[in-house]
Structure formats: structure tokens, C-alpha cells
Design a protein. Structure first.
Length: 174
């Protein structure tokens, strides 16, 4: 296997990062849409003149976009889980290879470092996905605070993302 474990885990991380960027874009759009609806409701409560049919048409359009963004976020999670499963499969292969080396009393091979690195990346990615699922499960189209939580989750997951990036950078130097 040699350093292929590093190359494969790096490819998985780069793919995961691309999906993560899509996730962040969808979160930002969702937050913006929720803010727009809350602004419209404030105008309505303040009795700012807006024809009711216009208000309803705009609200329906925005709610439709919210549903679309929630669907996009669910798809992003599925893609992230697919990448994590690929990383788990790689982890299993590297683990089996390390077990083989241990059985032969060969403890001086690069696969042991790969095992530790891939294991760490996998665990961090599992945590990222789990954290991102929370606002997705709590989201309700008529509860705008739950939609605004998507912006906060990106702040909360940033330190974990940074840790995976550090691990990735270490593999690049191997």
C-alpha cells in the first residue's frame, strides 16, 4: 500500500471540502432567505403598505426557495456521508495491512502512521457530519430561528474543520 493511503485520504478530504463549501453556500442562502421573511413580517406588523397578494406571492416564492435549500443541504449531507464511508473503507484496508505487518513482527512501516492519520481524519469528519445534521433535523420552514441556526453551525464546526485541515497538511508533507 505504501503512501497510497495518504494519497487516497487526501483525495477524499479534497472532495469532502468541496462538498463542505457547497454546504456553506446553501447555509448562507438559507440564512438570507429566513432574514428576508422575518423582514417582511416586521413590515406587515408595522402596517407598512404592501398589497396582500404581493406579500403572499413573495412569501410563497421565498418559502419555495427555503425548501429547495433544505433539500440541497440534505443532499450535501448524503454526499459527505458517502465520502466518510470511503474514508472508513480506506481505514479498514490500512488496519488490515497493519495487522498483517504486526503478525510478521514488522513494526517499522509507514502504514502505522497512515493508520493513525486516517483514523483521526475519519473521526473528525464523523463529528462534523453529526454536528451538521442537528440544524437540518430541527429546521422548520415556519420557524425562522431554526433556519438561522445554519449560519451558527458553520461557526461551531470551523475548529473541527481546521483540525482536519492540519491533519491533511501533515499528510501532504509525508
Amino acid at each position: 500500500m505504501g503512501l497510497d493511503g495518504y494519497a487516497e485520504s487526501s483525495a477524499i478530504w479534497l472532495s469532502f471540502k468541496t462538498i463542505l463549501q457547497k454546504w456553506k453556500k446553501h447555509c448562507s442562502t438559507l440564512h438570507s432567505l429566513a432574514t428576508q421573511i422575518m423582514g417582511m413580517e416586521r413590515c406587515d406588523k408595522a402596517r407598512i403598505n404592501m398589497p396582500q397578494d404581493t406579500f403572499l406571492a413573495v412569501r410563497i416564492t421565498i418559502e419555495s426557495k427555503i425548501m429547495e435549500e433544505l433539500h440541497n443541504l440534505a443532499e450535501d449531507i448524503q454526499e459527505m456521508e458517502t465520502e466518510q464511508q470511503s474514508l472508513s473503507a480506506l481505514l479498514s484496508r490500512v488496519t488490515a495491512r497493519c495487522q498483517h505487518f504486526l503478525e510478521q513482527n514488522n513494526k517499522q512501516v509507514a502504514e502505522f502512521q497512515q493508520l493513525q492519520t486516517i483514523y483521526s481524519m475519519n473521526n473528525h469528519i464523523i463529528i462534523l457530519i453529526a454536528m451538521m445534521k442537528v440544524p437540518l433535523h430541527k429546521a422548520q420552514i415556519d420557524h425562522f430561528q431554526s433556519l438561522q441556526d445554519f449560519k451558527q453551525i458553520n461557526v461551531l464546526t470551523k475548529p473541527i474543520e481546521n483540525e482536519v485541515e492540519k491533519i491533511f497538511n501533515l499528510t501532504e508533507n509525508q
